[in-house]
Design a protein around this ligand. Structure first.
Ligand code: CP
Length: 314
């Protein structure tokens, strides 16, 4: 198999198992580059990547920017808050402007679910979904899967817990899809108000009892409370949420000794996870960030039709 046989990367559910494995295998080669003094390769020389973020981001935006630069692409950043969007320009007019400038890739984050899908139908450039509303965050899910693969070799048979505000989380939706495709068992946990029963349709278990779950898990992925997406209150208080659903230092001691602790960031320390747990030897939160760059390099490369890699840059 060479490249991803598609123009865009919008959703995990579009990807075959072969494509998921190809992204992960090639990410390994790109990650090897990070140990070298020269970390760039000329894979996207002459191509233009445009980052179009309508919502705040630290990790995802910087990660795509660094991935594009390490592949030697030209990078355009549209700061939406200082662009003509604030003068009322429509999404489609912004996009046609980018097309006129011959952008080859548009990396888009938007508060509205399916905005990148709309974009992809109206532009010739490759569109990569960097997070749309509650809906999907496929590159975060790919880096999460890659990070577990790197530690365990396979996800098959692993029991992965996703804990927190599932209802408002695009990360949860995309993680469930990729973890399922790779053969893991997924259990969701959080307050009933934030873990809707309809998630069972995705083939996951649901529990509201974190203390009953933690000892069974191989991997725990802690999600933050998405205050910016919530309408009204979903639990009595932050203190009560922390008491029932945080990965505290004491709870970590009751997990399997080799449990992998993950968090997509941004972290609200002291709410969903305590400092000790976030900084523990089990936590791979910073490795997730490093892996994100490699995975996004792999995605750019494969969307450009790149072949499986052996010894890139040698
Ligand atoms: N994980 C993630 O999407 O983080 P940002 O919102 O900082 O991009």
């Amino acid at each position: 198999m060479t490249g991803l046989n598609r123009k865009d990367l919008l959703d995990i559910q579009d990807l075959s198992l072969d494509e998921i494995n190809l992204i992960c295998n090639n990410a390994r080669y790109f990650k090897d580059l990070f140990t070298r003094s020269v970390k760039t390769v000329p894979v996207l020389r002459g191509k233009t990547v445009c980052c179009l973020f309508y919502e705040p981001s630290t990790r995802t935006k910087l990660s795509f920017e660094l991935a594009a630069k390490r592949l030697s692409a030209d990078l355009i950043n549209i700061a939406v808050s200082t662009s003509s969007v604030v003068k009322g320009e429509s999404l489609i007019d912004t996009v046609h402007t980018l097309e006129a400038m011959k952008a080859d890739y548009i990396v888009m984050r938007h508060a509205v679910s399916l905005a990148p899908h709309f974009l992809s139908k109206n532009i010739g450039a490759s569109v990569i979904n960097a997070g749309d509303g509650f809906h999907a965050h496929p590159t975060q899910a790919m880096l999460d899967a890659y990070s577990i693969l790197e530690k365990r070799g396979s996800l098959a048979g692993l029991h992965i817990g996703i804990v927190g505000d599932i209802k408002h989380s695009r990360v949860a939706r995309s993680d469930i899809e990729v973890f399922n495709k790779l053969g893991a068992k997924v259990t969701l946990c959080g307050p009933p108000t934030l873990v809707p029963d309809e998630f069972r349709q995705y083939g996951v278990d649901i529990t509201y009892d974190l203390d009953g779950l933690i000892g069974k898990l191989d991997v725990i992925n802690m999600l933050r409370i998405q205050k910016e997406r919530q309408k009204g209150s979903h639990f009595p208080s932050i203190r009560e949420y922390h008491r029932q659903f945080a990965l505290t230092n004491e709870r970590l001691r009751r997990c399997k000794p080799d449990i992998i602790v993950m968090h997509p960031g941004p972290i609200n320390r002291g709410i969903e996870i305590d400092d000790g747990a976030a900084n523990s030897a089990n936590a791979i939160i910073e490795e997730q960030v490093t892996n994100g760059v490699a995975v996004r390099m792999s995605i750019f490369y494969l969307l450009a039709g790149g072949a499986p890699l052996e010894g890139i840059g040698e």
